[in-house]
Structure formats: structure tokens, C-alpha cells
Design a protein around this ligand. Sequence first.
Ligand SMILES: *[C@@H]1O[C@H](CO)[C@@H](O)[C@H](O)[C@H]1NC(C)=O
Ligand SMILES: *[C@@H]1O[C@H](CO)[C@@H](O)[C@H](O)[C@H]1NC(C)=O
Ligand SMILES: *[C@@H]1O[C@H](CO)[C@@H](O)[C@H](O)[C@H]1NC(C)=O
Ligand SMILES: *[C@@H]1O[C@H](CO)[C@@H](O)[C@H](O)[C@H]1NC(C)=O
Ligand SMILES: *[C@@H]1O[C@H](CO)[C@@H](O)[C@H](O)[C@H]1NC(C)=O
Ligand SMILES: *[C@@H]1O[C@H](CO)[C@@H](O)[C@H](O)[C@H]1NC(C)=O
Ligand SMILES: *[C@@H]1O[C@H](CO)[C@@H](O)[C@H](O)[C@H]1NC(C)=O
Ligand SMILES: *[C@@H]1O[C@H](CO)[C@@H](O)[C@H](O)[C@H]1NC(C)=O
Ligand SMILES: *[C@@H]1O[C@H](CO)[C@@H](O)[C@H](O)[C@H]1NC(C)=O
Ligand SMILES: *[C@@H]1O[C@H](CO)[C@@H](O)[C@H](O)[C@H]1NC(C)=O
Length: 881
Amino acid sequence: MRFHQAPLLLGLAAPVLASSVIPRQTSYDNCPGYAASNVVDDGSRLTADLTLAGTACHLYGQDLEHLKLEVEYQTEDRLHVKIYDAEEQVYQVPESVFPRPSNNSVEPSDSALTFSWTENPFSFKVIRKSNNEVLFDTSAASLIFETQYLRLRTRLPESPHLYGLGEHTDPFQLNATNYTRTMWNRDSYGVPTGSNLYGHHPIYFDHRGATGTHGVFLLSASGMDIQIDNSDGQYLEYNTLGGVIDLYFLAGPSPKEVSVQYSEIAGKAVMQPYWGLGFHQCKYGYRDVFMVAEVVANYSAAGIPLELQTMWTDIDYMNLRQVFTNDPERFPLPLWRQLIDYLHAHQQHYVVMVDPAVAKVDNLAFNNGVDLDIFLKDANGSLNTGVVWPGPTVFPDWFHPSTQEYWSNEFLRFFDKDTGVDIDALWIDMNEAANFCDWPCSDPVGFADEAGNPPPPPPVRNNSGRPIPGFPSGFQPPPTSLNRRSLHSRQLNGTGNWLGLPGRDLINPKYQIANDAGSISNKTIATDVQNYDGTYQYDSHNLYGSMMSIASRNAMLARRPERRPLIITRSTFAGAGAHVGKWLGDNLSLWDHYRTSIANILEFAALFQIPMVGADVCGFGGNTTETLCARWAALGAFYPFYRNHAGIDSIQQEFYIWPTVAEAAKNAIGARYRLLDYIYTHLHRQSTTGLPMLNPLFFHYPEDENTFAIEHQFFFGDDILVSPVTEENSTAVRIYLPNEVFYDFWTHERIQGTGSFINLTDVAFTTIPLHIRGGSIVPFRASSTNTTTELRKQDFVLIIATNATNQATGSLYLDEGDSLTQDATSEISFNYDNGEFTMTGSFGHQTHIVIKNITVLGCGSAGNATATGPISLNEAYSHTF
Ligand SMILES: *[C@@H]1O[C@H](CO)[C@@H](O)[C@H](O)[C@H]1NC(C)=O
Ligand SMILES: *[C@@H]1O[C@H](CO)[C@@H](O)[C@H](O)[C@H]1NC(C)=O
Ligand SMILES: *[C@@H]1O[C@H](CO)[C@@H](O)[C@H](O)[C@H]1NC(C)=O
Ligand SMILES: *[C@@H]1O[C@H](CO)[C@@H](O)[C@H](O)[C@H]1NC(C)=O
Ligand SMILES: *[C@@H]1O[C@H](CO)[C@@H](O)[C@H](O)[C@H]1NC(C)=O
Ligand SMILES: *[C@@H]1O[C@H](CO)[C@@H](O)[C@H](O)[C@H]1NC(C)=O
Ligand SMILES: *[C@@H]1O[C@H](CO)[C@@H](O)[C@H](O)[C@H]1NC(C)=O
Ligand SMILES: *[C@@H]1O[C@H](CO)[C@@H](O)[C@H](O)[C@H]1NC(C)=O
Ligand SMILES: *[C@@H]1O[C@H](CO)[C@@H](O)[C@H](O)[C@H]1NC(C)=O
Ligand SMILES: *[C@@H]1O[C@H](CO)[C@@H](O)[C@H](O)[C@H]1NC(C)=O
């Protein structure tokens, strides 16, 4: 969330723009590069020694004399190239955070890629074998491998089509000139463009149209500037603060295949509960349990069911903003528990926020952590102290062997089903880690006092005489009982090796990345703080949010071992999708942020393998407007994670506040809910195969150049083209329709796309342009309902949207929806070919839900055809139209 400083300090400092390409050519010219020797080539694996090939340039530290090269043909479409220090002291990302993929050791002759190299000065190329295209070529500049600086540059073709390198709000297709992408996770209120944001995802997709797409992933947690420019020929250049060069080349050749290949190293996305795809509501500033109850009741009473699936509470519930506590006046436990019981009784869910920083006060959360000794310490052995919401805070050291036990215990205690806050999902924030205190933060107490942390709580409201529909007056306390469960913990640890080079300046490295927060220690945990395993925050900073994510997932599993934990985090490292979902942080209620959210969700879902992603609908900071919120309610219905959330100083923006917004939300939620199994099927597919559940247009039409830069349209699943209106006050939008048959989602009108842009006009504020792609079979629930529980009781209807050859395919995955392990699932394939419909697959999930009817759109001159059910979903079926 939020305004991250008290108004006193606020000043919303104008974001420092990411620096331009740093002028430095002369000094770099003195760097000698390396020479290869002792080459051992056993086919699938090649190793060599790399030795500094001349006088060290010592540009930003000491050049390392001896390196090793390791090249592995790991699979037919994955090549691994690693350059690391011969001593293996330099920091490498621990397996506990990023498990390495298995190496199948294929013969080079079986690989789609070829590694070719030059001995002196050492450089290498990666070539696509099928067409001899050079994909990566480091002869563009000499390799620099220093104690605190690495440089590797590759040549690229002119005007490349590059995507990825998150997290950012820059154009989806990355700028190719004078562009610096800085990566250093930070609390980035307002998500400015040209700035480093919350997550670290050093993978790019290089799309070359008809000749193919490949991916390049640098497995490094180091802070870095990636520069893309054409000042010296077109190139991309990594400039890191350390780490090793650990590159994975993914051959594609289609963009979707690159996604699948990346999922093989980043890990398959974790499956989410069915209900998690429902609509969520939050606001920072729901200041007491009555206000939360009112919002719940208002959604129900809005006259139209708004399908509120899940209610969220921000840090408002905490006592003086301290994690694992509740405000005894505003969120007294008995009333709070009654609110949660109410939600559960109405098939709804409840989520709260947890931050990593623990208040440095005499309370259980702090004392338990001190007892287990799991907080980060300064060099002198005292607790490292920063300032977050409650004032002075300490930070869990995720590398400490007891931290999981601590974290799980706090969850078991505070979120106890019978005596505590029985949350259904979890929201984790401030885990970059954020620290309000400027470096060096030598006086956290003074800083917190001056900043007004913790802020004075809002006045307690008296609810007497204000009946909230559906809630008993005053909320009676429910009975409590004690029920402790045993601890399930998992150790998090580094590998014990690769701890980082000694003797570095961990605070002021000579090479400075263009971090928007200034020095790398500013507004976070100081980079010279040592972790339990001997590593330093300098090297591990970008892992903090992912490590908290992993520990939090384990803690949620300790509470509810059988159920899929829905966890939404702010900070991520590559691979986080295997554990959690992600929201895009503190955006603003601006049309520009509404627009950039589209590229952002595409990046996380399609490129970074974190499909459960969404931006705060209607915007977090600032005040939304009726029309922005109406458009956003509709766009957000096509984010995988769909949540309305506003900041503490923002006006209320629940969908029922304005009639236009309520109408827009009702229409869009209705469409989303009817498509919920369709998107659940795609989420399941991504979690098992890596095929993305959202598709940028070029993923479907990789040879159509018109699609390469499109960033305001996308496919929800494979088959629903979403084309929101993008301009304020406008009811028109210019959209691209590829050369394919489409059907208007709302009217079923057939539209022949011609590979050109068309103008849609009269798009009311209560609707959103959607098209069904010809060639698809889409399963819909026959009607929408007020909760996802009710939705699962609805029958299906099928829409067969035929293409030019009168064919179509589709699929449907069915399971119980919530359990971690499923023993009865159905994976059904639909096929339609010129009048012949078949339904085949596996039918393990026996159900009384049926297909009510099937409609074939656009079948030749005959118009639409229908088949009437009921058609069982428990067995194969065929029908001739
Ligand atoms: C490069 O970008 C920076 C800002 O990001 C700008 O100040 C500078 O003028 C640009 N240089 C060129 C050559 O366009
Ligand atoms: C952590 O350390 C333990 C003990 O040294 C080891 O058994 C375990 O494999 C390590 N786990 C990871 C994920 O590295
Ligand atoms: C990308 O390029 C566009 C057009 O040249 C420019 O307006 C924009 O500021 C650039 N963005 C970044 C983040 O460099
Ligand atoms: C949804 O509708 C069902 C059935 O009509 C009802 O039992 C349930 O309480 C409703 N839930 C909400 C949140 O309105
Ligand atoms: C830390 O951040 C503050 C606020 O953005 C800035 O004023 C200050 O110069 C930064 N300090 C360092 C050391 O970068
Ligand atoms: C939002 O609206 C509220 C209430 O009108 C006002 O107090 C606040 O200053 C506004 N915020 C902004 C950023 O305009
Ligand atoms: C949109 O309409 C509102 C209300 O008429 C007006 O205040 C605003 O300036 C308009 N915005 C634009 C971009 O035209
Ligand atoms: C579509 O709208 C744009 C302006 O938004 C206009 O330039 C263009 O001529 C219109 N095209 C058609 C086919 O109406
Ligand atoms: C029509 O759809 C079928 C099934 O998806 C596909 O195999 C076929 O290539 C498509 N035809 C055209 C012309 O796109
Ligand atoms: C199919 O079922 C849906 C949902 O009950 C209904 O709205 C639609 O009219 C039916 N279509 C046909 C052709 O029977």
C-alpha cells in the first residue's frame, strides 16, 4: 500500500529519473577482457579457465584474475552459460530461493542452439541452429568481472523487439535507445515510469518476428543497470554490483514456447483456490470493524448483487501498527471474529495484511523473535533497527534456521481458527524490505518521532444505534476454545558456499546503480547487514520479498495443511510465482496507471510466470473519478487477481458508490464469473505446463508486426480479446483485429478481422469491448451468482466460435477447487470440425453439473446452430450439428 511517510516528510519527492547511459567509454577501453584456456569439451558440457588477458583496469574495484566457464546443453531448447570466480566465493543465489533446473545433458547436435566462442579475448555467441541467426554475441565489448562490478554486453539487431526485465511501468516493448533498466527492489509509491520498482525479474524475451523468439534469463540477485542503446551499434548490456554471470538461453522458437521453457527453470506457478478468482475489496482506512462490516453489508444491499467474494483489511487492524496484534478498541477480537464468522457463513472470505518488520516493543511478536534470535543484527551484535509503520522495527532474517519456526508460530498464534483471526488468505507488503528511515538511520527513535510513527489512531467510532444490515446489533462475542496445532516448519538456508567476496565496500560501491531511492542502503535494510548464513544484504537484498513469501506460504500451510494458500505479495524475485501471487503495489488513480497496468499484468503473467497478478482497481493513491473507476472495474475483471483498493487519504471507491460504476462492475463481474472456469482452466494449465493464461497479441500472432508494440489489448486466456477504452471521457477506442474471425462477446456478431486497426464507437461507460476468437470453444457458467460457491452449482453452456475453416477447440478443467492435492479431476477437450462436435478426455471429477446447451457461432451460411442438453460432464460425448 500507501503513502509511505507521514505528511510531515511526505513531499512526494519528484522521482529521480533513471540515469542516462553513463559516459565512460575511455576508461572501459582499458579493460583487457579474458582469455580462455584448458578447454574441456565433452559434447553436452564444455568448461574452460578464463584468465585476465592483460593489465587489470580496476574500474570499480579489483578485476578477478581467474574465472571459470561452464557451458551446458541442458535440454534441446535450453543452453546454460555460467562464468564464475575460480574460488567460488562470489555470491550466488541460494537453491532454497531458486532451485536450479535439472540438466538433461543433451548432445549439441540435438540442441536448437549452438554455443560458439573465441579464445582470446574470450567472447561467445549463441546461435539459433535452424537459421544460423546470432541471438547473443558478447564480442560487442570486453567482459569485465570485478569484485563489485560486472559488465557483459551483447550485440542486438537494429530496432529489437524486447520485453520483460521487470519490474517497471515502462512500455511493454522496451525502448531500444538510451534506455536504462535499473533493478533494485524498493518501496516505490506511485510506480513511476523509468524507475526501479518492487520486483526483480532479469529475463527478457527477444522477439524477431518470423525468424523466432528466444529468452535470456540472468540468474542474479545483484542490483544492476541494464542498458539498451544504439550509440555503439545496437546492444544490451548488463552492469551489476556483483554476483556471477549465470545465463539461461531459451530457444523458443515461439513466444509461448519461451514462456514454457522459462517455467521449467523459474518453477511452475502455484495453483490458486477457485474462490481466489472472485472479486476482492479493500481500502487502507477501514478504521474499525464496523466500517468493514458496513462495506460488506453495502455490497449486499447495493440492489444488484456485486459478488463480493473477499473482504480485506489493511494495517488498520493492528494495535499501533504492530504486526501480530489487534487494536483492542477498533478491532476487538470478539467482534472481529464475529465479522469473519459472518463472512464465512455467507460463503465469503477474509484477508489481512502482514508486514515483515516487527515493532521493537515489549510484545509477543518481538519477544518471541528475540527468544529465537531471528532478527537481523548490526556488526556490533545489536538488533538492526529501521522505521516502518509502528516506529522503530526489527527485521526477520529469513536465512536464520529458526525464522520459519518463528513465523509459523506467530501465524498459528495470531491467526488461530478458534481463538484468533481466522483468515482465508494472506497479503504481504513492505517486503523489499521497506524502511522509512534514510540511510544511515543512526537514530531510528528520533526519526520515528519526527515522522510521527506510529501515526495517532483515528478516533474510535461508536456504533450504538447504527444497525448494519445482516449483522446482529453490537456483534455478540462468539465462544472461544483453545486448540493449538503442531508446528510444521521448513528450514530456509543458503548453500553455505558462495557467501560473497570479502573486503568489499558494501555501502558505497564505486559503481552506482541508478536506484531511485539514492544509495542502495537508503530506505531499506542497510546493505552491510549480515545474514545468519554469513551473506550480506548487499547480495541478498532482492531476495527478501521472495524469502518472506516462501516462509509465509509455509506458515499458512501450517494453519491449514490441506488447502491452497492464496498469498499476494508486493516484492518478488524470479521464481516467486511458484509460491505466491502478486499485486502491482501503490499505483495512483490516474488514467495513465489504468493503461500501464495492462502491460504490467502481461509481464507478470506471460513473461515472469506469476499469473495471479493484478493492479489496484480504480487506483490506490489519489482520488479516482466515476468514469475512471467504471472503466477500471471492467478492465480489472480481466486481471487474474481482481481487487479494488484505495489509499488512506483517498475517497471511498467501492463499486456501489456511483451508479455508473455499479453498473459497469455488475456487467464485468457477471462476465468474469461466467468465465471463471474458463480462466481457472487456463490457470491450471499454466501451473502444469507454463503456457500463459494471459496472452499479449504477439504471442498469438508472432509474425504480425502490427502486434509487437500493442500494450492496451490482450487475450484473457487464449480466446477472449480484451480491448478496453483507454482515454478519459472517451466512448471510442481504436483496436487492432488480427487477420482472423472474431465474435463480439456481448452480441455474438461475427467480425472478420483484417489485420488492421478499427475504431469502436459508442462504448458505454458500463461495458468493455470483448471478442471471442474464432477457432475456440469457450465454457461458460449458464449464469453468474453472488459468490463463487454458488457459481460452482451452476450448469455450463458452451459457445463454439468457428473459424474460417469451420473448426474450433477448447478445454475445461474441473476439480474440487480448494484442496492442495486433488484426487478427482477432469481434463476435458472439446473439438468441433465442420458440424462434428466431440468431447473427450479424463472425467475423474464426477459431477451433477451438466452442459445445458451448445451454441455454434458462424457456422457457414446457416448462421448459428444449437444443441440442447443436458449433456453430462462425466463422460465422453459427441454430436452432429
Ligand atoms: C537519454 O535519456 C536521458 C533521460 O533519461 C535524457 O536526459 C538524455 O537527453 C537522453 N539522451 C539522448 C541522446 O537522447
Ligand atoms: C539446508 O541445510 C541443511 C543442513 O545443512 C541441508 O540438509 C539442506 O539440504 C539445506 N537446504 C537447502 C534448501 O539448501
Ligand atoms: C521510451 O521511449 C519513449 C519514446 O521515445 C519516451 O517517451 C519514453 O520516455 C521512454 N521511456 C523510458 C522509460 O525510457
Ligand atoms: C448468496 O446467495 C446464496 C443463495 O441465494 C445465499 O445463501 C448466500 O447467503 C448469498 N451470499 C451473499 C454473500 O449474499
Ligand atoms: C535517501 O532518500 C531520501 C528521500 O528520497 C533522499 O532525500 C536522500 O538523499 C537519500 N539518501 C541517500 C544516502 O541516498
Ligand atoms: C481526495 O478527496 C478528499 C475528499 O474530498 C480530499 O480531502 C483529498 O484531499 C483528496 N485527495 C487528493 C489527492 O486530491
Ligand atoms: C473529462 O470530463 C470532465 C467532466 O466534464 C472534465 O472535467 C475533464 O477535464 C475531462 N477530461 C478530459 C481529459 O477531457
Ligand atoms: C479512428 O479514429 C482515429 C482517431 O482516434 C482517426 O484518426 C481515424 O481516422 C479513425 N478511423 C476510422 C476508420 O474511422
Ligand atoms: C481453425 O481452428 C482449428 C482448430 O483450432 C485449427 O486447427 C485451424 O488451423 C484453424 N483454421 C484457421 C484458418 O485458422
Ligand atoms: C442456453 O442456455 C442459456 C442459459 O440457460 C440460455 O440463456 C440460452 O438461451 C440457451 N440457448 C439456447 C439456444 O437454448
